[in-house]
Unconditional design. Structure first.
Length: 116
């Protein structure tokens, strides 16, 4: 199974994590398929919050989620914070609503209210 998880890099007491796509059986800092982002929990974020700096390649994250990669709990929360999962949810809801929408009948400009 392919997982999206964190890989620790950086110095002692200055952690930086790369968001990687890896086989679930490979070690935490071992072999990986692709780097799709980076998370620095001790650095200030661009919006001024104290949540840490987060960069994600949205297209690549969506690609791996589409082919069935499962994010770890921490990566899931980071992807939610980056807006990746919210956008995927909105697109899925829009497709479902589009599929169940009933088109309006074209009756030549007459409506049911004017026939009464």
């Amino acid at each position: 199974m392919v997982r999206i998880r964190l890989r620790r890099v950086g110095r002692k007491n200055a952690p930086v994590f790369r968001i990687v796509v890896a086989d679930s059986e490979s070690p935490r800092d071992g072999r990986f398929v692709e780097v799709i982002g980076q998370y620095a929990p001790r650095e200030a974020a661009a919006d001024g919050s104290k949540k840490g700096r987060l960069t994600v390649q949205v297209e690549r994250a969506n690609h791996w989620l589409d082919v069935g990669a499962q994010p770890s709990d921490t990566v899931r929360s980071l992807l939610r914070r980056a807006g990746v999962l919210g956008a995927r949810h909105e697109a899925r809801v829009a497709r479902r609503r589009q599929a169940t929408a009933v088109p309006l009948a074209d009756d030549g400009g007459r409506s049911a209210a004017t026939e009464r």
